[in-house]
Design a protein around this ligand. Structure first.
Ligand code: GLC
Length: 732
C-alpha cells in the first residue's frame, strides 16, 4: 500500500501525521498501552491493537511482531521494552556488565558509553528495541532498595554518565538496526522518599527539585534521550504521573523533550489503588492522560476507560493524538516500519556474549573496582604468599556477582532464579573461578563458603578457621544479596547479615593477613572491617567477568583506579552523609557519632601514590565573557603506573539561600607512569558557579568562590584557591 506513512523517503513527522489521520480512536489508544508480554499478549494485540509489550524475551518477540505487522489493520509494529540496565542481563548468554553503581565508580563516560553500545547491540540481536535505562535517581539515603541501580549520589556525575550511556544505547542514528531507545528514569526524585521507603512520598520543594534532581534529567534531554519514565512516588502529595506541571510545563515545554513519556508499572492504577488520590480508576486514567503521560505501562483498565473518556468528551481526542504522535514518531525514527528488526540469527551466533563483549565487561569491572584500604601493601598478592584461602558466601555465587535485574524477566528473589529458569550461568566467572584461574600452579587455593549471607545459623566457622590456618593469606568475600537490594527491598540497617561478621572476626583471630573483598549492591556499614582488615576491595556486583577483573587487581596485573560515587556511612543513623552537605548544623556533629562518613565520595586508593600541587586559575575575577581555566599538577610519586581521577569542586561561600559546602563540577582521569607529572586543566563556564535562588531561578550572585581540587571530596584531600565574581546577579 503506497501511502505516505509507508514511504521511507518522508520524514517521521510526515509519516506519523499521515498514519494518525487513518487511525480509529481505539487504534490510537491502543498505541498508548504497554502490557507485560507474559500475560495473554494475543488478546491484547488482536482485540486492542496495543503498541508495546515489556518483558518479552527470545522468539516470542518475533511471533508477536509478525502478528502485529501482518494480522492487524494498519500493521503498526510493536515496541518491545526490557530492563537491560547492565547489559541484556535477563537474556541467557548475554554480556552482563557491572551494575550501574559499579560503573559509576569508574567515573569514565567513554567506558559507560561503550557499555551502552554493546548492550544495545545485544538487545537488538534478540528483536527488542528499548531499554528502561539509565536510572538517574540519586542515592542519598542508602536504606533505599534501589541504590545499586543508580550512578551514586551526585547530580553532575550521574548526569555525565547518563548522557554517555544514552549515546551508547541510541548510537549516532536511531534507525540503525543496532540502536535502541534509552529511557531516562524515574522522573523525578524517586530516591528521595520519606524513610527511603520505595515509592513512598518525596517532600522536595520546587527549588530543591531544580537544584539537585532536575540537572541530570536535563543532561538526558540534551543527549537526545528518546523516552522518559515517570516515577512511582508522589512529590508533595502529587503522584509524578499526575503532575502536569512536571511533565508538560517542565519536561516537554521548558526542557524541550520531544520523545514520549511512559509511566512506571501501573502508576495510573496506583493513583487509585495505592495513593488513593482518585476514587475511581477511570478518574486516574483521565488524570494520567491530561498530565502528559504518553504511554501507560501495565494498567489493564486503561484501554476501555480511555475510550469511554473520549466518547464522553471528558478527555479531548487531541490529547490522545498528541500522545500517539510522540509514540509513533519514535517508532518511525527507530526505523521499525521499514525494517522490522527481527533478530539476525547469524549475527546472534557471532556477537551475543562474544569475547570482544566479554573483554569490555572485564575492562568495565576493572575500572569499577575501588581499593578502600591497603595496610602495609598487603596487596597485590605476590610471591610473599603461596597459599590463598578464599572464604565467604559471595565467593562463588553467580547471582551475587550479577546483582539485580538479571537471570530472566520474571525473577522473584524468594525463588532463586537459578532454579526458576534455564538461565545459563556457565559464562559467569565467579570470584573463586577468577582467583583459581589467575593463581594457576603458582599458588595453592583453598575454598570455604564459611556461612550463609542471610541465615545466621547456617555457618561453618570451625572449618573456615582450619582452612585459614593452612593458608598464608585470606581473601574473605562478603557483602549482601538480591533479597536485600532492589524494588520494595529497603533496609532498616546496613550491617553485614547472617554470620558474616562472626566469620570475619574468627578469620582475623587466626592472625593471617585478611583481605576483605566486598560483593554488594550498595554501601554497607562496615566499621569493623575498616578497622581490622589489612586490605579492602569494593567490587560491587561486577558482572560476568567480575572474577577475572577482581583477580587481576588482587594479583597486581592491574592497578585499581576506581573512586566511590557514593559515601559510606559508619551507621545507618548517621545519614545523610552524602558529601554535598548544607551549612547550619548546630555543633556539626551527633552527640554519639562524629559526622565524617566511613568512606568519602570520590575516595579510592591505588597501588601507587599521587601528589597534587600548584593549583592555579587563569584569572582571579570571573565573568561571562570567557571560561575560567583551573589547572593543577599531579605527580605519580610511587613505583607503579596508574590512573588517577582528579576532581574539581566549587563552594559559593555566601549565597542568598543555603548552598552545599562543595559541589562537584568537573573530573578528569589521567594516567601517569612512575615519577611522571602532568598538568590537568578544567574549564569552568560562568554557569558552573550558579545555584537556584528562592525564585527558583538558576543564577550567579556576586561574591567569592572556593575552587577545590583533589583526589576525593574529603577536605584533607583538596587544594583550594579563591576566585571572585564581581558582576551583577545573572540569571540563566
Ligand atoms: C519496575 C521498575 C522500573 C522498570 C519497570 C519495568 O517496576 O520501577 O524501573 O523499568 O517496572 O520493568
Amino acid at each position: 500500500m503506497n501511502t505516505i506513512y509507508n514511504d521511507p523517503s518522508k520524514s517521521p513527522k510526515e509519516r506519523t501525521k499521515d498514519l494518525i489521520s487513518k487511525m480509529t480512536l481505539e487504534e490510537k489508544i491502543g498505541q498508548m498501552c504497554q502490557i507485560d508480554g507474559n500475560e495473554n499478549p494475543e488478546l491484547w494485540l488482536k482485540e486492542r491493537n496495543i503498541g508495546s509489550f515489556l518483558h518479552v524475551i527470545g522468539d516470542e518477540a518475533i511471533r508477536l511482531q509478525k502478528m502485529a505487522t501482518e494480522q492487524t489493520r494498519l500493521g503498526i509494529p510493536l515496541l518491545f521494552g526490557i530492563d537491560a540496565i547492565h547489559g541484556h542481563a535477563f537474556h541467557s548468554g548475554a554480556t552482563a556488565f557491572p551494575s550501574q553503581l559499579a560503573l559509576s565508580s569508574s567515573w569514565n563516560p567513554q567506558l559507560v558509553e561503550k557499555v551502552g553500545n554493546i548492550t544495545a547491540k545485544e538487545v537488538s540481536l534478540t528483536g527488542l528495541h528499548w531499554t528502561f535505562s539509565p536510572v538517574l535517581c540519586l542515592a542519598r539515603d542508602i536504606r533505599w532498595g534501589r541504590v545499586d541501580e543508580t550512578f551514586g549520589e551526585d547530580p553532575y556525575l550521574a548526569g555525565s554518565l547518563s548522557a554517555s550511556i544514552i549515546k551508547g544505547y541510541q548510537g549516532k542514528d536511531l534507525s540503525h538496526p543496532e540502536s535502541i531507545l534509552a529511557c531516562a528514569k524515574h522522573f523525578i526524585a524517586y530516591g528521595e522518599t520519606q524513610g527511603a521507603r520505595d515509592a513512598s512520598e518525596s517532600d522536595v520543594s520546587e527549588r530543591k527539585l531544580r537544584s539537585i534532581f532536575l540537572p541530570p534529567f536535563k543532561d538526558a534531554v540534551d543527549a537526545g534521550c528518546a523516552t522518559f519514565m515517570t516515577a512511582y512516588q508522589a512529590i508533595d502529595g502529587i503522584p509524578c504521573s499526575a503532575n502536569k506541571w512536571l511533565l508538560k510545563d517542565v519536561l516537554k515545554n521548558e526542557l524541550g523533550f520531544s520523545g514520549f513519556v511512559v509511566t512506571d508499572w501501573d502508576n495510573t492504577g496506583h493513583m487509585h489503588r495505592l495513593q488513593k488520590t482518585t476514587s475511581t480508576i477511570k478518574e486516574a486514567c483521565e488524570i494520567a492522560i491530561k498530565s502528559g503521560n504518553d504511554m501507560i505501562m501495565a494498567t489493564p483498565e486503561f484501554f476501555e476507560n480511555a475510550v469511554e473518556l473520549v466518547r464522553e468528551d471528558v478527555v479531548s481526542e487531541s490529547l490522545i493524538d498528541e500522545a500517539c504522535f510522540r509514540i509513533l514518531e519514535t517508532k518511525f525514527r527507530l526505523g521499525l516500519f521499514d525494517h522490522k528488526r527481527y533478530p539476525d540469527t547469524k549475527k546472534y551466533k557471532i556477537f551475543m556474549g562474544c569475547d570482544e563483549h566479554r573483554k569490555a565487561a572485564y575492562d568495565a569491572a576493572l575500572e569499577s573496582i575501588v581499593l578502600l584500604k591497603n595496610k602495609n601493601n598487603t596487596l597485590p598478592i605476590s610471591n610473599k604468599f603461596k597459599k590463598i584461602a578464599v572464604i565467604g558466601p559471595n565467593a562463588n555465587d553467580p547471582q551475587a556477582q550479577l546483582g539485580d535485574w538479571s537471570f530472566g524477566p520474571r525473577y522473584y528473589p524468594e525463588r532463586p532464579t537459578l532454579e526458576y529458569n534455564d538461565y545459563d550461568i556457565s559464562n559467569i566467572v565467579t570470584i573463586l573461578d577468577g582467583i583459581k584461574k589467575r593463581a594457576n600452579s603458582s599458588f595453592e587455593v583453598f575454598y570455604e563458603k564459611g556461612c550463609d549471607v542471610i541465615d545466621e545459623k547456617d555457618k561453618n566457622i570451625k572449618t573456615s578457621i582450619e582452612t585459614a590456618e593452612k593458608s598464608d593469606v585470606i581473601v574473605a568475600v562478603v557483602g549482601d544479596t538480591i533479597v536485600l537490594n532492589g524494588e520494595t527491598r529497603d533496609r532498616v540497617n546496613l550491617d553485614l547479615t547472617g554470620a558474616q561478621l562472626e566469620l570475619l572476626k574468627a578469620l582475623k583471630d587466626t592472625g593471617k593477613p585478611l583481605i576483605v573483598l566486598l560483593i554488594n549492591g550498595k554501601p554497607l556499614t562496615i566499621p569493623w572491617i575498616k578497622e581490622n582488615a589489612d586490605a579492602i576491595v569494593e567490587a560491587w556486583n561486577p558482572g560476568i567477568e567480575g572474577g577475572n577483573a577482581v583477580s587481576s587487581i588482587l594479583f597486581g596485573d592491574y592497578n585499581p583506579c576506581g573512586k566511590l560515587s557514593i559515601s559510606f556511612p559508619k551507621s545507618v543513623g548517621q545519614q545523610p552523609v552524602y558529601y554535598a552537605q548544607l551549612p547550619g548544623w548546630h555543633g556539626g556533629s551527633y552527640a554519639d557519632m562524629e559526622p565524617e562518613p566511613l568512606f568519602h565520595f570520590g575516595y579510592g586508593l591505588s597501588y601507587t601514590n599521587f601528589e597534587y600541587s600548584n593549583l592555579k586559575t587563569s584569572k582571579k575575577i570571573i565573568n561571562d565573557s570567557e571560561d575560567l581555566i583551573a589547572s593543577v599538577e599531579i605527580k605519580n610519586t610511587g613505583q607503579i603506573a596508574g590512573s588517577e581521577i582528579a576532581q574539581l569542586y566549587t563552594n559559593d561561600i555566601y549565597t542568598s539561600v543555603t548552598t552545599p559546602l562543595k559541589e562537584l563540577k568537573e573530573f578528569k582521569k589521567v594516567f601517569l607512569t612512575p615519577g611522571e607529572t602532568k598538568t590537568i586543566e578544567f574549564k569552568l563556564p560562568l554557569l558552573s558557579f550558579s545555584f537556584v535562588n528562592r525564585n527558583c531561578k538558576r543564577c550567579v550572585e556576586p561574591g567569592e568562590f572556593e575552587i577545590l581540587v583533589g583526589s576525593s571530596s574529603k577536605d584533607g584531600n583538596l587544594l583550594k584557591t579563591i576566585v571572585t565574581y564581581g558582576g551583577k546577579v545573572q540569571e540563566f
